[in-house]
Ligand binder design. Structure first.
Ligand SMILES: [Ca+2]
Ligand SMILES: [Ca+2]
Length: 545
């Protein structure tokens, strides 16, 4: 049988040693056994307390977040555009305040994609940072949403796209006028990055500024002029914007396009984020900040020193999770999780891994991890049963599909949430996705099915709450000597917990007597442990002690 591992007693110590870069301690297995005995004793004394469910009292930032693409989530007023009142109407779906709920995801924070006034459907180009886009609602709606979230111990973070504004922002109108009139005294003359046409830098994009001999920086689009962060007035503006929303009760921010602040100049960009995040921490000490530095670790590591950053190595169709689920690469994923945690903690003691499987700029996971055969389940396990603060992109929990496709449009990655209960939210403008591909069912369907992917996500989030070590512990790798399985020893508050993923379509059998019992299992298939033999079902994970 595929995946059979047999340990003799003598092999156990070595086989279970960690396989990271630290030298192996020959007494490691012995120490682990002693710890296990101590743990057993404590557990025997404490049998009743371990079975109690504790309320969700998370008071740190090791939280599961849910990314809401606001215009596509839930529509409250029948215009087809998702809005803040729609999110309020769906608050119980996100978190109903009951830790053991079987009808609520139980997420501990939400990331709202940009909500400020903007000419685009995605709103990543603001016309006015101080006005909620009328299509999305009002400041009162935001206040109410924040209040409801805080009642349920959920954080609210806003997407702050400050690298560029919309072309119809008042600042850019003033900037353009000032340049057309050669009015260098105008306060806005230096608000955006500009250069003479024949002197523009070659490693960034510049667009002609109408009626002048000049160009302005426009790396994303000619409608998205880039702000000049060498200008202290601009820095003060973006600080004021963040301070304004923090005063409204917002808990933090997701920073869009962090490396574009000074494109192709990481020292200048990271200096900016160092200054900015430090100023924000002066306003709110425990602020939740996460940066989008869409790059490999070599570049994101530079920014992790200043703030948490999304991890783009595990995510997406080519990421380590997809490769592990495709077969033969579970070990690569596990080795990475261990080394990444160790690495970023050294770069920044406050850093957490921020894992996710897809976001609004990526094809959805259900397109490459089928729900029907269980691959989507183990894919979810690999980012939600992992250290740090993971993000679930809306719709991933129901196996919603959506890919850029031949039409080459990101709108296909941002389709209307499939509620299945008459929500009037519609797909954004420009979508070409064939709805016949949506074969995995709606929220309503999946709430009725105890084996649905949605129930699986709820279960994973409950597991994270019941086992704080999943998010916060120190991971070392177990050597399973099997390319389709991987595992970790997780050290947290003097205790060791084990996590093993069977990333294959066959049952995994491990001959071992080192565990006490299975604490939790997550997946479509059954697992069992009797002394001497651990069986883990296909595409299933177990947590053991
Ligand atoms: Ca609406
Ligand atoms: Ca820039």
């Amino acid at each position: 049988m595929k995946g059979l591992i047999i340990f003799t007693e003598g092999e156990v110590n070595g086989a279970w040693d960690k396989t990271d870069d630290t030298p192996l301690n020959s007494a490691g297995g012995l120490i682990m056994k002693k710890k296990l005995c101590a743990l057993l004793l404590i557990l025997l004394i404490c049998v009743s307390c371990s079975s109690k469910k504790t309320p969700d009292t998370t008071d740190d930032n090791y939280r599961v977040f849910y990314q809401i693409f606001v215009g596509s989530f839930s529509d409250s007023n029948g215009d087809g555009i998702g809005d803040l009142r729609g999110i309020i109407n769906r608050i119980d779906y996100l978190n109903d305040g009951n830790v053991d709920s079987k009808s609520s995801l139980g997420v501990q924070g939400i990331w709202l994609t940009p909500i400020f006034k903007s000419p685009s459907y995605h709103k990543y180009d603001a016309s006015d940072y101080y006005v909620i886009d009328p299509a999305f609602g009002t400041q009162d709606d935001l206040d109410e949403l924040i209040r409801l979230c805080h009642e349920r111990n959920m954080l609210v973070i806003l997407d702050l796209a400050i690298n560029h504004t919309a072309g119809d922002h008042e600042w850019f109108k003033q900037f353009t006028m000032a340049h057309q009139n050669n009015d260098t005294e105008n306060k806005y003359y230096d608000y955006y990055v500009y250069a003479l046409k024949d002197e523009k830098p070659v490693n960034r994009s510049f667009c002609d500024l109408n009626g002048t001999a000049e160009t302005y920086e426009c790396n994303f689009s000619y409608t998205m002029p880039e702000l000049n962060f060498d200008n202290q007035d601009v820095r003060n503006e973006v600080l004021d914007i963040a301070a304004y929303y923090l005063a409204k009760g917002v808990d933090g921010f997701r920073f869009d396009a962090a490396k574009y602040v000074y494109l192709n100049n990481n020292p200048a960009s990271t200096d900016f984020w160092k200054w900015y995040s430090n100023e924000l921490r002066k306003i709110k000490k425990d602020i939740y900040l996460v940066g989008e530095v869409w790059s490999g670790d070599g570049e994101t590591d530079l920014y992790v020193k200043e703030m948490n950053c999304f991890n783009f190595t595990v995510s997406g169709a080519d990421g380590l999770i997809a490769k592990a689920v495709a077969g033969g690469n579970a070990d690569t994923y596990a080795k990475y999780v261990v080394t990444y945690q160790d690495k970023i903690r050294k770069l920044n003691p406050d850093a957490m891994p921020i894992y996710f499987i897809a976001n609004h700029d990526m094809d959805r996971a259900a397109g490459y991890l089928a729900v029907i055969n269980g691959r989507a389940y183990i894919g979810a396990n690999l980012y939600l049963l992992a250290p740090g603060s993971p993000f679930v992109y809306y719709g991933e929990e129901i196996g919603m599909k959506g890919a850029r496709g031949s039409a080459n449009t990101d709108a296909n990655r941002r389709l209307a949430m499939l509620w299945g209960d008459g929500d009037s939210v519609k797909d954004p403008e420009g979508t070409t996705y064939d709805t016949a591909n949506q074969i995995n069912g709606t929220v309503s369907d999946q709430l009725q099915d105890k084996n649905s992917l949605l129930q699986h996500y709820m279960h994973l989030i409950r597991i994270r709450k019941n086992y704080p070590q999943i998010a916060r512990g120190t991971y070392t790798q177990l050597n399973l000597e099997n390319k389709n399985a991987c595992g970790f020893a997780i050290e947290y508050e003097e205790e060791t917990t084990y996590l093993i993923h069977n990333v294959s379509n066959t049952e995994l059998i491990i001959k071992t007597d080192m565990f006490k019992e299975i604490l939790e299992q997550a997946g479509l298939n059954e697992s069992s442990y009797t002394k001497g033999e651990l069986k883990i079902g296909p595409y299933t994970s177990v947590i053991l002690k």
